[in-house]
Write a protein that binds this ligand. Structure first.
Ligand SMILES: Nc1ncnc2c1ncn2[C@@H]1O[C@H](COP(=O)(O)OP(=O)(O)O)[C@@H](O)[C@H]1O
Ligand SMILES: [Mg+2]
Length: 283
């Protein structure tokens, strides 16, 4: 991990929804040109934390600094205008629309002015192709509907778009969760591209096997609190896997299923046990 100043930093942030404590006393920082992985089981508070960083939620308590200054966002638009871009799982893309239209959704480039102003289609297509190429993706036809792209490619369009529109911090909420191994690999590659371009990336996942190869820094949330905060040098993969509550629970469950299935050979319980064991090993 570098010793660059954090671009984003929160201290002692808590978030309450009525009587629900979604986050309690959470402190973390993000450095430019690094990948900060935010890990935690379902309900740990990951989405609440990134929504707080993205200006969707206001912290109930605690402080938020961006580029060294205290900030208080009134809306996600304010956070985005300062360079904090978030790619949510549903991606906010329109499948039937072309790649280039999706790329410029909400930020269409225009030529001319006043009543002569019109959408500059040619430059939009060119920029889309160029920006995707910078991320290492060869778009053959920018007119192709986004819906025809694979899940990994769609994520990469969303990442390239955020980078092009000047993201300094890029927040990715479980971008690999719904993807197979190969497609997840594609997305991990783009995360590294964004990092190399100096962006502070926050990568949310519950899969330490996705986090570890690309992460510089790992923050583990559990029940709304920081359960661990390590640089890569401080924690080996095995320990990160151990710390993920889900992994431990699945291991225990697989043993139970195994003993319940006895030694009657390959029955449903035995194969379920094997699947759970694989899950536990892979997650
Ligand atoms: N808008 C909300 N109102 C009430 N409770 C919420 C709200 N958002 C999240 N929570 C609660 O906060 C906790 C953390 O949720 P969340 O941040 O979505 O976790 P994760 O993304 O890690 O799965 C959960 O107990 C969830 O039910
Ligand atoms: Mg979530």
């Amino acid at each position: 991990m570098s010793d660059a100043q954090p671009i984003l930093e929160i201290n002692n942030v808590s978030k309450y929804f009525g009587s629900v404590i979604a986050l309690q006393d959470v402190s973390m920082f993000v450095r430019p040109g690094e990948v900060t992985c935010l890990l935690g089981d379902n309900g740990a508070g990951k989405s609440t934390l990134i929504k707080t960083l993205a200006g969707v939620h206001k912290p109930s308590e605690g402080s938020y600094r961006f580029e060294g200054n205290e900030v208080e966002f009134e809306s996600p638009r304010q956070a985005l205008d300062m360079g904090i871009a978030t790619v949510y799982q549903d991606l906010a893309m329109i499948p039937l629309m072309s790649i280039w239209r999706n790329f410029f959704l909400g930020s269409e480039p225009t030529i001319g002015f006043g009543p002569f102003k019109r959408f500059d289609v040619d430059s939009a297509k060119r920029v889309t192709r160029e920006e995707m190429a910078k991320m290492g993706i060869d778009i053959r036809d920018p007119d192709q509907p986004v819906g025809t792209l694979s899940g990994g490619e769609r994520q990469s369009v969303a990442i390239a778009r955020a980078v092009y529109f000047g993201a300094k911090v890029l927040i990715l909420d479980e971008p690999t969760a719904a993807l197979g191994v190969k497609q997840a690999g594609v997305v991990l590659k783009y995360i590294l591209q964004a990092k190399r371009r100096g962006i502070g990336v926050i990568f949310i996942t519950h899969n330490p096997h996705h986090a570890y190869p690309v992460g510089d820094h790992f923050v583990i949330l559990r029940r709304g609190q920081v359960y661990g905060d390590y640089t890569k040098a401080e924690i080996p993969l095995e320990q990160l896997v151990q710390m993920m509550a889900g992994g431990a629970d699945l291991q225990a469950l697989s043993h139970e299923l195994e003993s319940a299935s006895g030694d009657e050979g390959e029955d449903d319980l035995a194969s379920a046990a094997r699947e759970f064991r694989q899950e536990a090993g892979n997650e």
